[in-house]
Design a binder for this molecule. Sequence first.
Ligand SMILES: C[S@@+](CC[C@H](N)C(=O)[O-])C[C@H]1O[C@@H](n2cnc3c(N)ncnc32)[C@H](O)[C@@H]1O
Length: 247
Amino acid sequence: MQPTDHLAASRYARMRWNTPLSEEHASLLLRRLDVRPGSRVLDLGCGWGELLLRAVVAGGVSGPVATRGVGVDTDDAALARGRRLAEGRALNRHVAFVMGEAAAWHEPADRVLCIGSAHAFGGTGAALDALTSVVRPGGRVLFGEGYWERPPTAEAEQIFGAEVPDLPGLIEDARQRGWRVLHVSTADQREWDDFESTWLAGRQEWLLTYPEDPRAAEVRAELDDRLRQYVGTYRGVLGLAYLVLGR
Ligand SMILES: C[S@@+](CC[C@H](N)C(=O)[O-])C[C@H]1O[C@@H](n2cnc3c(N)ncnc32)[C@H](O)[C@@H]1O
């Protein structure tokens, strides 16, 4: 058996999901996604699939028409965490975690989640187009995507690219690509602060526990840079919008 790499294990350890999202907001999004019994749920760029598991449970897993889910991601460790979560909740017969490119998945589903993963398709517009072919007619997509909450500085644009839309631009883009926008909400400051803090927290704790590890200096520098960038450059500037889209 391989010895545990505590650094790797700590990476996302304090995150519930890998997006700025409170429990209450997640519940609202799942209600708006309206997962029906017996439906198929697909999560492209699922990470460890916490929302996917909840979406499947929301659809119902007992009875004659159980809801089923598939999560697709390229991160082995995240997929393994997803499988452990599914097993712990007795959902492993209902949810599969598949290693693969999101853009290469073609089997359609009734409900599709794509949160913070549009880059896997080449960007916002490409993702909005690609999602049309994996959602069944009458289906819905929960699309989580970044937007500029305030005009970006040059540094913010350098980090996130020049393609990030503002919120009206994001919604208009979705509409022009044939989607009906059934729900819009955005992550608030507390959700962002919690996201950024928990993104750092696993490795902050590792640093405090293993300060003499040869990798500590590099990890400390990475975490310090990220926190500096967040509070100095994109806090309150980059937003995250959650759209429920139908067609
Ligand atoms: C910001 S995280 C969001 C994860 C998840 N949707 C959530 O909300 O917790 C983006 C995810 O996209 C995955 N990803 C990146 N490129 C990908 C690709 N080409 N195909 C599939 N997944 C990809 C990453 O591994 C990561 O898990």
